[in-house]
Design a protein around this ligand. Structure first.
Ligand code: NAD
Ligand code: UDP
Length: 338
């Protein structure tokens, strides 16, 4: 299948490009580099070992997106293109609603014009807010978001639901990602956060390499096994493979379906620090500080539906996640910048 990866120069998109190209799909990437670097595309080309079309454009620019569809005629779209920093979304809500919703609406309009009927969307476990119970099933209540970023994901799910109801030819797969970490085993591509990382794993890696002095652990008084927050960390290559399964599912089913992509295992912040130190033989100094506003105690997936209907499950271990994060960080201390 010919697949457009919208926002495919980013962390998850670049890994997905590799996994689906490996399976024989033809890929096209479009990105405006608002949160990624051209070097990521060069490295994806190196890993795949062959060229593919790349378009530098804003997905919300309808004329440019039409020109891409005219030239490439993709049969499916994986939609990663959006802003994703929770804290920034609180400071700049309009920019988040504008970009994340506009990219989606423009894609839907142009896909329809060009008879492209398969859409995979990067949603997030954040739509569950503070869950009533863990592990979280896809049927859990959604829409108790605590920040504009989360609301954009929720709103886009609602938009896609309406679009699939109205257009019986459309196939939509919503993938609710849990916490992607790790990197491609080559160490050529990985997560390259701009400025101070918001997420735990890149922060741990930057402490280990000496870029930051100490990890602040946000609270040790949660009702969890050691008091620190528990999350479902999933290797980005496992997550990437989930998109390959979603493409097959979309090709075989009309309508809309939602899947959790997680391992179903919850690890605490201190578990992650210990695992990273042991896997890589490095020290990660940390101090306990106040809770981060908006954080929840526990969040991990029930991934049964993905296993049963997508035929997908996560295979990589916590050691793989820690080793591959460190391999990327230590080979690229400044990310994609030389
Ligand atoms: P990322 O920022 O690395 O990748 C997103 C890419 O989209 C970037 O390359 C950015 O330049 C591009 N982009 C943004 N707006 C664009 C626009 N208008 N036109 C063209 N390109 C645009 O993020 P990621 O971690 O790879 O996440 C991919 C998707 O998955 C995002 O939608 C994100 O919200 C979602 N998601 C991520 C996580 C996570 O923890 N990384 C968790 C759940 C969901
Ligand atoms: N966390 C932390 N210090 C950091 C970053 C994160 O203690 O510098 C904790 C956070 O409170 C949460 C877990 O690590 O319990 C995962 O946080 P992240 O931001 O990576 O993911 P999210 O909270 O969005 O699931």
């Amino acid at each position: 299948m010919k697949v457009l990866l919208a926002g495919g120069a980013g962390y998850i998109g670049s890994h997905t490009a590799i996994e689906i190209a490996k399976l024989g799909h033809d890929i096209v990437i479009a990105d405006d580099f608002s949160n990624s670097k051209p070097e990521a595309i060069n490295r994806v080309r190196t890993i795949i070992g062959k060229d593919f079309p790349f378009y530098e454009l804003d997905i919300a620019d309808k004329e440019k997106l039409r020109a891409l569809f005219e030239a490439e005629k993709p049969e499916a779209v994986i939609h990663f293109a959006g802003y994703k920093a929770v804290g920034e979304s609180v400071a700049k809500p309009i920019a988040y609603y504008r970009n994340n919703l506009d990219t989606t609406l423009t894609l839907l309009e142009v896909m329809k014009e060009y008879d492209c009927h398969n859409l995979i969307f990067s949603s997030s476990a954040t739509v569950y807010g503070a869950p009533d119970e863990v592990p979280i099933k896809e049927t859990a209540v959604v829409g108790r978001c605590t920040n504009p970023y989360g609301w954009t994901k929720y709103m886009i799910e609602v938009i896609l639901d309406g679009a699939a109801f109205a257009d019986k030819e459309l196939s939509v797969v919503l993938l609710r990602y849990f916490n992607p970490v790790g990197a491609h085993e080559s160490g050529l591509i990985g997560e390259d956060p701009q400025g101070i990382p918001n997420n735990l794993m890149p922060f741990i890696s930057q402490v280990a390499i000496g870029k930051r002095e100490c990890l602040s652990v946000f609270g040790n008084d949660y009702d969890t096994k050691d008091g620190t927050g528990v999350r479902d960390y999933i290797h980005v290559v496992d997550l990437a493979n989930g998109h390959a399964c979603a493409l097959n599912y979309a090709a075989a089913h009309k309508g809309i379906e939602v899947f959790n992509l997680g391992t179903s295992i919850g690890y605490s912040v201190l578990d992650m620090v210990k695992a990273f130190e042991e896997a890589n033989g490095v020290k990660v100094p940390y101090k306990i500080v106040d809770r981060r506003p908006g954080d929840i105690a526990e969040c991990y997936a029930d991934a049964t539906k993905s296993r049963e209907l997508l035929g997908w499950k996560a295979n990589k271990t916590l050691v793989d996640m820690c080793r591959d994060s460190w391999n990327w960080q230590s080979k690229n201390p400044n990310g994609y910048d030389a």
